[in-house]
Design a protein around this ligand. Structure first.
Ligand code: IMP
Ligand code: MG
Length: 178
């Protein structure tokens, strides 16, 4: 779908996104001085966010990724969540930051957060660029939030529309045709 399609409305431009990422990074830089940190990006949506966040961080950290799948028809439906690409690091006694691009019902995040907790890290906190808090069904504490967003479908900056549009530098609302 082309970027200038009438069904796209700009929500956040690249400068606003960068300001949100920088402000999260500033807080993490203050909170995690001299700690052993592992960032875990949730694939695939968070790749671009993780890359930008990483470049704003001044602390020492390692990066890993997890990928989950939901057997439901789409991400909004109830379904069984499973891990299809697990992390490689031993996180026991490490400070873990789970990095999500967007949290909607919270089911994906809750599933992974609980699993991380079982591995007994020194601490675990969640970083999320976009928080659809009105859609939350299961709660997990999110310490670092870029922006609260309303219940609309977003694309760009890692977020996909049927696997496309992740490359857009800005974030758009998708308006469904009437
Ligand atoms: P949750 O388990 O309902 O919180 O779903 C979270 C996942 O759904 C995210 O990691 C995204 O992959 C996807 N998702 C939720 N809202 C959007 C959206 O507005 N645009 C694109 N993907 C979304
Ligand atoms: Mg998706």
């Amino acid at each position: 779908m082309p970027i200038d399609d009438k069904n796209f409305t700009k929500f956040l431009n690249r400068h606003e996104i960068d300001a949100a990422v920088q402000s999260i990074a500033n807080r993490i830089n203050d909170d995690y001085k001299n700690k052993e940190v592992i960032l875990i990006g949730v694939l695939k949506g968070s790749v671009i966010f993780v890359a930008d966040l990483a470049r704003h961080l001044k602390i020492d950290f390692m990066v890993d990724f997890v990928r989950m799948a939901n057997t439901g028809r789409d991400w909004s439906s109830r379904g069984t969540i499973s891990i299809i690409k697990d992390i490689q690091y031993d996180i026991r006694d490490k400070h873990v930051l789970i990095v999500e691009q967007i949290v909607d019902s919270g089911r994906t995040l809750k599933f992974f957060y609980d699993r991380i907790k079982e591995a007994e890290p020194a601490s675990v906190e969640v970083v999320c660029l976009l928080d659809k808090n009105q859609k939350r069904v299961v709660d997990t504490p999110i310490k670092y939030i870029g922006r609260p967003v309303s219940d609309q479908f977003l694309v760009g900056y890692g977020l996909d529309l049927e696997e496309k549009c992740r490359n857009l530098a800005d974030i758009y609302y998708l308006k469904y045709p009437n």
